[in-house]
Design a binder for this molecule. Structure first.
Ligand code: NCD
Length: 317
């Protein structure tokens, strides 16, 4: 795999399971004679460019932290839409060709679906898609799946509830592709009707024979569906025409707080890619089932360390 653009690039779960084992191995803290060793120099003399045309906290910081831990260097534009030559009218293709002369890997976030593929088509550096509009966000899905795998020690047979703006959430789109590679996974889709999963993903679920069902009532879904994983997402306001935003009361039916928490299984986990808005109340944070501010974030760093090791072909992996 030269680039990571879409979760459709994975065609079986063995690839993912193998990758997750290598991620665990790459993140093992090593000691020699009682002294904690750094992660090594996998990325020594390598440069990563984080080229972000949209805001980010976790994705950019965790990629940059991963690169630093691996002994590499980072060049960064966190507001590329405003501060790169894009503002002067430069095309994405030209920018990628130029940045490829400086950096070995480009982590790209862009508001347009398909932008990461366009960047990869330029034939420059390694491209990692860090979110392309309402398309995909493959590294988030890898870390989400890894979080589930670490907690339950399996993915097969899991009941996963995907809640919120299923139409525009790129993290959900990528996660759906990955979940479809496992056996007997059941996906519960909870959203207002007009924010349902796009047709292309529904067809994919049919094709992969994944059991799934839409729910238009969150509490009923929690009570009757008994999911193991509750995965919440925010309304992607920046991707929605203003006319669709007026239905706030309908939207509030899909928010999660203390009352919903009571309906959740004791051993379930509650996930969110963050940032959260009103759909996930802060009172849930202290619950032992909530992993979005701790475990899930740590897994994000681990996955990105593992990914960079794979791209830089670390022989210890
Ligand atoms: C997500 C994204 O950018 O798609 N955030 C993230 O990377 N963790 C989710 C979101 O913005 O809602």
């Amino acid at each position: 795999m030269k680039h990571l653009i879409s979760c459709k690039q994975y065609d079986n779960h063995e690839q993912l399971d193998g990758f997750f084992s290598r991620v665990e191995e790459a993140n093992k803290i090593r000691y020699r004679e009682g002294i904690r060793l750094p992660f090594g120099h996998v990325a020594k003399d390598k440069i990563m460019a984080t080229l972000f045309y949209e805001p980010s906290t976790r994705t950019r910081f965790s990629f940059e932290t991963a690169m630093h831990k691996l002994g590499g260097n980072v060049i960064s534009s966190d507001s590329a839409g405003q501060f790169s030559s894009h503002a002067k009218g430069e095309s994405l293709e030209d920018t990628i060709q130029v940045v490829s002369q400086y950096a070995d890997v480009i982590v790209l976030r862009h508001p347009e679906k398909g932008a990461a593929q366009r960047a990869a088509d330029v034939q420059g550096s390694i491209i990692i898609n860090a979110g392309d509009g309402d398309g995909e966000h493959p590294t988030q899905a890898l870390l989400d799946l890894y979080t589930i795998k670490k907690r339950f020690n399996k993915i097969d047979g899991m009941r996963v509830a995907l809640i919120g703006d299923l139409a525009h959430s790129r993290t959900i789109h990528s996660l759906v592709y990955l979940l479809g590679l496992y056996k007997n996974v059941e996906i519960l889709l909870a959203s207002p009707k007009e924010f349902s999963l796009p047709e292309q993903l529904i067809s994919h679920l049919f094709e992969k024979r994944v059991r799934f069902a839409p729910w238009y009532d969150l509490r009923k879904m929690l009570l009757e569906g008994r999911p193991d994983v509750i995965y919440l997402t925010r309304l992607q306001k920046e991707r929605i025409p203003p006319a669709m935003l007026i239905n706030e009361p309908e939207w509030s039916k899909f928010s999660f707080g203390n009352d919903e928490l009571e309906l959740v299984k004791e051993d379930a986990i509650i996930m969110h890619p963050l940032p959260r808005l009103k759909e996930l109340a802060t009172c849930v944070d202290k619950d032992k089932r909530a992993v979005y501010l701790n475990e899930q974030v740590r897994c994000g760093l681990e996955i990105r360390i593992g990914l960079l090791c794979s791209f830089f072909k670390d022989t210890t992996l």
